[in-house]
Each structure stands twice: as C-alpha cells, then as structure tokens.
Design a protein around this ligand. Structure first.
Ligand code: ADP
Ligand code: MG
Length: 189
C-alpha cells in the first residue's frame, strides 16, 4: 500500500527527551496499531516544529508494517482534490478513494482556513470514514479553534463529534525542535 509519506520518519528516530510533553508509553501503545484495528482516531495537536508530522509518518509506517492500508495526504491537498472532484462531478469517486484505506493521515489541518464548501466536503469524508476506518489528523490549532479553521462552527462541531468519539488526543507543547537544534548550534538565540 503506497502511503505517499513526505519524508522518512521512524519512532526509533523520535527523541522523547527533547519533547517531555509526549508520553512515550502512549506512543508505544499507538505503535502497536491496535487503534487502527479498532477504527479509532488520533489527533496530534501543537505548535509548529514539535514533531507532529514526524509522529504521524512514524505511526503511519507502523500501521503499514502491520498490514493496514494507509494513505498520507496534506490537508490542503485533500480539500483541493475534493473541491476539484466536486466541480468536475466526480466527488463520489474521490470520496471512495479517500475512504478505502484503513488509515488516512491528514497532515497540517489549520495552517490555511477552509472555504465553506471545503469544510462541508471534509465533513462528508469524515462521515464516510466514521466507524469504518481510522484517521490521524495533525493540527497546529486546538480543537476549540477548529470553528475558525472550518469557517463554520456547526460543521466543525459535527466533524469533531465524529473524530473525537473513539479518539486519542495528543497535545504537544514546547519549543520547535528545528529551532532547538539551531539554538544549540548558536544560530539563533
Ligand atoms: P510539526 O509537524 O509539528 O511542525 P515536524 O514533525 O515536521 O514538526 O518536526 C520538525 C523537524 O524536527 C522534523 O525534521 C522532525 O523529524 C524533527 N523532530 C521534531 N521533534 C523531534 C523529536 N522529538 N525527536 C527527533 N526529531 C524531531
Ligand atoms: Mg507538520
């Protein structure tokens, strides 16, 4: 199963010491992919550079190793693809494409606000996948801010209602790993 991961990232390569707000035990449990077998969702929340995409790719990789079909898609690409398919009268085909994998990883939700139509299309996808497959969503916005991301509090609530039903929410705090590395090298203060 082709996952289209943007980079190679593993759990072995994740330094827990650098990110004390991440519970190593919880990540090791998620690495078993039992949550994928159960159809649960995972939300990885936190500011830029704290390792959300790293963990998303690494957990996606663990799911593939255990035989679960997995697709990785940046949030902006996902909504662009759905909106285009909708405009071209082939939304159904696209919804099937994104519903098929046992695990769908949606990376970086919230960096760009959604248009009203896009929010509704994303809702349709989440509804389709609900209690069929797992989703892993990373976001730099807290769930309280998702109304703003989707531009519609009602749609945001409906999406969150489904995503949070059987979910593991991991909120990462702290400094960007990228800046931390640069700081150590004396490149920034
Ligand atoms: P985010 O998606 O939260 O913005 P990334 O996952 O892209 O952050 O992390 C930024 C960079 O720092 C990546 O190259 C990632 O592999 C690395 N990184 C972040 N946190 C850690 C960590 N705790 N251990 C090892 N590498 C990390
Ligand atoms: Mg990221």
């Amino acid at each position: 199963s082709i996952a289209k991961f943007p980079c190679v990232r593993t759990l072995e390569g994740f330094e827990y010491d650098a990110q004390p707000s991440v519970d190593a035990k919880q990540i090791r449990e998620l690495a078993t992919s039992r949550w994928v077998a159960n159809g649960d969702s995972v939300l990885l929340l936190g500011p830029p550079g704290v390792g959300k995409t790293h963990l998303a790719v690494a957990l996606g990789r663990e799911a593939i190793v255990r035989g679960y079909s997995t697709l990785f898609v940046p949030a902006t690409s996902l909504v662009t693809q759905l909106a285009r398919a909708h405009a071209e009268g082939r939304l159904e085909e696209k919804l099937i494409h994104f519903t098929k994998p046992k695990l769908l990883v949606v990376d970086e939700l919230g960096y760009l606000p959604f248009e009203a139509n896009a929010a509704h299309l994303f809702f349709q996808l989440v509804s389709r996948r609900y209690e069929r497959g797992s989703m892993l969503v990373t976001s730099n916005r807290s769930v309280a801010e998702w109304g703003g991301v989707f531009g519609d509090a009602v749609v945001a609530t409906a999406i969150l209602d489904r995503l949070l039903h059987h979910s593991h929410v991991i909120t990462i705090r702290g400094d960007s790993y990228r800046l931390r590395t640069k700081r150590r090298a004396g490149m920034v203060t």
